[in-house]
Ligand binder design. Structure first.
Ligand SMILES: [Fe+2]
Ligand SMILES: [Fe+2]
Length: 132
């Protein structure tokens, strides 16, 4: 089932990055669905770990692209990514100790962060990397 969705409005004008953002939403859906269906803790934890690894991979490739096109606010953007990765690690511990409600709140927080980050921060580099 789809709970969190990428939409055209989130496009940053780069197909590869858009696809990575779509994959992040897919991970979120997979995670949320697994929790709601009461799949085992091992399964849920594994999806969360994969989602975290994918987010780190995405941030790296986004930062590389921003560097390639000479995006002036790269350093600030890197800081935002780094602090988010720190937050994910904190949530991972909380979630490990917590109940379904905690896990649902984690998914909602991640979705909110992702949407706000794409619209508020990622969109700013969009004019620098429009597809030709
Ligand atoms: Fe991004
Ligand atoms: Fe970003």
């Amino acid at each position: 089932m789809v709970f969190f969705e990428w939409c055209e409005q989130y496009s940053v004008g780069d197909d590869e990055i858009d696809e990575q953002h779509q994959n992040l939403f897919s991970f979120l859906n997979e995670y949320y669905d697994a929790m709601l269906k009461g799949r085992g803790k091992d399964v849920v934890d594994e999806i969360f770990a994969e989602m975290k690894a994918y987010a780190v991979y995405h941030f790296k490739s986004e930062e590389q692209k921003m560097a390639q096109v000479g995006y002036p606010d790269l350093e600030q953007h890197k800081k935002v990514h780094a602090s988010f990765v720190g937050r994910i690690k904190e949530l991972e511990e909380k979630k490990a100790a917590g109940d379904l409600l905690a896990a649902v709140n984690v998914a909602k927080f991640l979705n909110k962060w992702l949407v706000e980050h794409i619209l508020g921060d990622d969109k700013k580099y969009s004019p620098y990397m429009a597809n030709d």
